[in-house]
Design a protein around this ligand. Structure first.
Ligand SMILES: *Cc1c(COP(=O)(O)O)cnc(C)c1O
Length: 471
């Protein structure tokens, strides 16, 4: 007889009986199973209005509980959610692999606080192991780091480390060091520059070449001009896959400049660097970075959230995020047992994000992830070919990752995109390419099949036919 069936002398608030736990889990499993089984029949994007979701979910919190019946809300929620179908190509959004979802459930069952080894021994050991796998997978063996909420959090921590390494501010406040990134940089970088207090006016946006890669000559000129003006360059942020087109900044050249100029090199790889698993040749020079951010909830198909920051110098992480400095003295004599993630990260209480990776990456094995990423890349190349073959369409990008931008030559593409989303068979987002509105498809989706890629083109043409008037 399971322990929880032992008759309890009193029933405390929030206690569940064994039978209630069974009912809860059985229903949750059925709902998850039905959701995954029904994905193919679902529209590619949410079709809800704000008024509708407000009406459905703006409810008072009642005094009495609804019990297991509350789970039936899941079906309504799923109807008004962004479905994880293979025909969703918007933004950079991973497909939410089921083993990872089960990992999230089990992580919450264990309810570990991964702030330090002594509060979560197995979970911290697993996070350290998974961090080792990720570093090795992208060609950065020996890097250490931690999991976090996403690329934005990872970029923020990386820039805090860069500042602390080059122009320490933790004691006396920030001075305006200069940070360089390409004009295609993700918005999380200006946000991080603002948050670490050096001021967005000290972020230089360097022009890009035709492949949306930072121009090395322009970067060198900007650094020289800033030095001549008496300013202090502190960091280069390279993008390992720009969101719009997957452009990868020239990492070896940027690393050489960073070394020469005594600057920190951070690579924002939230979209792209996990593609190194399938195409390592695209990321030559990555291991020369001081820090790399990546998002397992994008190109490792994990449910959100699962970001990661990797870095070469643990000491700088300690210098940046350690507040007490006396962590080793607490309770444990052994420094390994005193290991504190919270001294190397902005988070103190930290959920057990590593469990989904531990389960998912081993359940499928490395070859399966390499194959899925390879297929995403092949789907992007196929879409480029299909678009290039249609006289009505113009291909606007030829990236080497999985983002593809294009437009209809003689339709209002904004109106076309609205029609396309209303038709609901595929979901695309948009981007601005050389000043022009572009339709954008991004493949980080293990559920996508070749016919879904072909459907993008036929749906764009069909939506175009429904839009009156040229652009
Ligand atoms: C997605 C993304 C980010 C932000 O990551 P979040 O996980 O959404 O916080 C940063 N940079 C790039 C290049 C991205 O693609």
């Amino acid at each position: 007889m399971p322990l929880y069936d032992t008759p309890a002398p009193e029933r405390r608030a929030l206690d569940l009986s064994g039978a209630e736990i069974d009912a809860l889990l059985d229903r949750a499993c059925d709902l998850a199973r039905d959701y995954w089984a029904g994905l193919d029949a679902m529209p590619a994007g949410p079709r809800s209005t704000h008024a509708e979701t407000t009406r459905l979910f703006a409810r008072p919190w009642a005094e009495g509980g609804r019990g297991t019946a509350v789970l039936e809300d899941f079906k309504t929620i799923a109807t008004h959610a962004r479905p994880s179908t293979g025909r969703f190509f918007g933004y950079v959004f991973g497909s939410g692999e089921p083993v990872g979802a089960v990992g999230d459930l089990l992580a919450s069952v264990l309810n570990q606080n991964c702030g330090a080894w002594r509060s979560a021994p197995a979970a911290v050991a697993i996070e350290q192991a998974v961090i080792g796998w990720l570093g090795e997978a992208i060609g950065c063996p020996g890097f250490t780091g931690s999991l976090c909420g996403g690329g934005s959090a990872a970029n923020l921590m990386a820039l805090a480390m860069a500042r602390e390494a080059k122009l320490p501010a933790n004691e006396d406040g920030a001075r305006p060091g200069i940070v360089y990134a390409s004009e295609q940089v993700h918005m999380s970088i200006p946000k991080a520059v603002a948050l670490i207090g050096i001021g967005r006016r000290n972020l230089r946006l360097i022009p890009v070449d035709a492949g949306h890669r930072m121009r090395v000559d322009a970067l060198e000129a900007a650094i020289a001009a800033d030095r001549a003006a008496g300013l202090t360059p502190i960091a280069i942020v390279a993008t390992g896959g720009t969101v719009a087109t997957g452009g990868i900044d020239p990492l070896p050249a940027l690393a050489a400049i960073a070394a020469r100029e005594d600057m920190w090199l951070h690579v924002d790889g939230a979209f792209g660097v996990l593609a190194a698993l399938a195409a390592p040749e695209l990321f030559e020079g990555l291991a020369l970075a001081d820090s790399v951010s990546l998002d397992a909830h994008k190109w490792l198909y994990q449910p959100v959230d699962c970001g990661c920051l990797l870095y070469r110098h643990r000491g700088v992480a300690r210098q940046s995020f350690s507040h007490t400095g006396d962590y080793v003295k607490a309770l444990n004599e052994d420094p390994a047992e005193a290991f504190p993630f919270f001294e190397e990260s902005v988070e103190l209480s930290r959920r057990f994000r590593a469990l989904k990776l531990w389960l998912s990456l081993q359940y499928h094995g490395r070859a399966a992830f390499r194959a899925a990423i390879g297929r995403d890349l092949a789907h992007a190349r196929l879409l480029e070919e299909l678009v290039a073959a249609r006289p009505e369409l113009a291909l606007l990008s030829r990236g080497r990752l999985s983002a593809v931008c294009f437009r209809h030559r003689d339709r209002d593409n904004t109106a076309l995109l609205r029609r396309l989303l209303a038709r609901g068979r595929v979901y695309l987002s948009n981007a601005t390419i050389d000043g022009a509105f572009a339709l954008r498809a991004c493949f980080v989706n293990h559920r996508t099949r070749e016919e879904d890629v072909r459907l993008i083109v036929s749906e764009v043409l069909a939506a175009g036919a429904e839009v009156n008037g040229a652009a």
